[in-house]
Structures are given as C-alpha cells and as structure tokens.
Ligand binder design. Structure first.
Ligand code: NAD
Length: 247
C-alpha cells in the first residue's frame, strides 16, 4: 500500500453526503482510517459500509455540544488516534436579510459556526501533534451574494477562526486550513427545496468555468491539506470555485 494518507486516521463531520462523502471515500482510497458523522442514519450506514474495514459512521448532530467529545472518543476507540479532522457539516439557506428570523439565524449559526467551533475543540484535545484540521468554508466568505446573510456570516467567521487556530495550534504543529467551495453539485440546496435547475441557471452563469463543481474537486484539496505534502501550509484558504471569487 502506498497511499498519501497511509497510517493516518481521520474524522469527517457530514461525511455521509456531498463533499464530506467524497472526502471520506478519497481518504480511505489513500490509506486512511475514517470515521464519518451525519444526521441521516441510512446514508451514514451506506457510506460507512462502502468504506469497508477502514471506515465507521455515527449519527451525530453538530449543534448538540455534548456530541463532540462522544464522537471523537468513538473515532479514537476504534482507530487508536486522531490525525486529521475535517469540520465539514453544514447547511445553506437562502433567506432575504429582512425575512431572516432569530430562529433562522440561530439554526445556521448553531450548525455552521458553533458546531464547527466546538467540534474542532473536541478533536484537538485528542489530536496528535502534527495533525491537520480542514474546515469547509465557502466563497461567500469573500463574496456578497443576496439572501445568504446569516450563512455568509458563518463562513466568514470560519475563515477568521482558521487564522487564529493556525496561530494558536502551531506550537503543537497542528495545521489548520480552509477549503472554500463555489457552487458544487450536492444536495445542500435541494434540502431547502431549491431545484438543481435553479442552481444551474442562477449560479453557473457567475462561474468563469461555466459549470457547477463536483464534490471530488473539493476532496482533491482536502486530501492535499490533510497529507504531509502540505506540511508548510497553515492558516490558508483554498478555493475550488471555478474562479467565481478569483476573477
Ligand atoms: P450536503 O447537504 O450534501 O452535505 C451536508 C452534510 O452536513 C451532510 O452530511 C449532513 O448530514 C451534514 N449536516 C448538516 N447539518 C448537520 C448537523 N446539524 N449535524 C451533523 N451533520 C450535519 O452538502 P455539501 O454541499 O456537501 O456541504 C458540505 C459543506 O460544504 C457545508 O459546510 C457547506 O456549507 C459547504 N459548501 C457547499 C457548497 C455547495 O455549493 N454545495 C458551497 C460552499 C460551501
């Protein structure tokens, strides 16, 4: 075996769908042991079983603060250690600013920011020195698309958090980086009742490469950042966005 993640163990939140699933599959293909979490038991079971002996999955809600330590304990119990944490679970909701209620705001903050913050904290407590943390951000941390106010605020905060954690965890040689997708073909918008056609029509024309991205194109980035190939990279934000936030 000569994978780019041989001997590494990883925990991926939201690993049962979309970008997180692509990352989980790629990590296992490159030799890692992988624990995934998500909300839907049947897709967790399906993905965990497709990962084989080097995978396992648990239902866990990142907005439940008690869940973070439990999940990390299960990952370490099965695979003995933790080298890589991918904080990927998230929701996206298109709601005009003036229609955004406190409940809407709390929902997206609790999952995308508070859940990520305390997930990383729990992971770091068990992570080996020299580990890698990958946070799933978004192009919306640097672009102002209408109707994404609360969502964009969470992703801007994720990008800022990465700078501080990279600085604070450097003494343990733990690297912290962000992957920022542009519009990617996943179920994230469908969960809110937004059809794929709407996304194609409204988002694709903003993208210089004139197509939606694929989850694998983010898995490529996550793999690189998780691996020792990225040993001198920390605090950075890598966009896989078809150029939408770049040109
Ligand atoms: P997806 O809906 O396919 O996957 C989202 C994952 O997050 C699922 O596995 C789901 O189970 C998990 N999740 C959601 N809420 C959760 C909760 N409360 N507790 C535990 N898990 C939870 O969508 P995706 O596009 O793969 O999204 C993954 C990440 O990528 C998200 O952070 C999202 O904000 C980000 N992102 C996606 C796009 C895009 O266009 N698809 C663009 C920019 C950023």
């Amino acid at each position: 075996m000569s994978g780019r993640l041989d001997t590494k163990t990883a925990l991926i939140t939201g690993g049962n769908s979309g970008i997180g699933r692509a990352i989980a599959e790629r990590f296992v293909a490159e030799g890692a042991n992988v624990t995934i979490t998500g909300r839907n038991q049947s897709t967790i079971d399906e993905v965990a079983s497709s990962l084989g002996d080097r995978g396992q999955g648990f239902r866990s809600d990142v907005s439940d603060m008690a869940s973070h330590a439990e999940v990390v304990d299960k990952a370490v119990a099965k695979f003995g250690k933790l080298d890589v944490f991918v904080a990927n679970a998230g929701i996206a909701e298109m709601i005009p600013f003036l229609e955004t209620t406190e409940a809407d705001y709390d929902r997206v903050m609790d999952i995308n920011l508070k859940g990520l913050f305390f997930g990383v904290q729990a992971a770091v407590r068990h992570m080996n020195d020299g580990g890698s943390i990958v946070l799933t951000g978004s192009v919306v941390s640097v672009k102002g698309f209408p109707a994404f106010s609360a969502y964009s605020a969470t992703k801007g905060a994720v990008r800022t958090l990465a700078r501080v954690l990279a600085s604070e965890l450097a003494e343990r040689k733990i690297r912290v980086n962000v992957i920022s997708p542009g519009p990617i073909a996943t179920h994230i918008f469908g969960r809110q009742g937004i059809e794929r056609d709407f996304i194609e029509e409204n988002f694709t024309q903003m993208v210089p490469l004139k197509r939606l991205g694929e989850p694998d194109e983010l898995a490529n980035l996550a793999l690189f950042l998780a691996s020792d190939e990225a040993s001198y990279i920390t605090g950075a934000d890598f966009h896989a966005d078809g150029g939408v936030a770049q040109v």
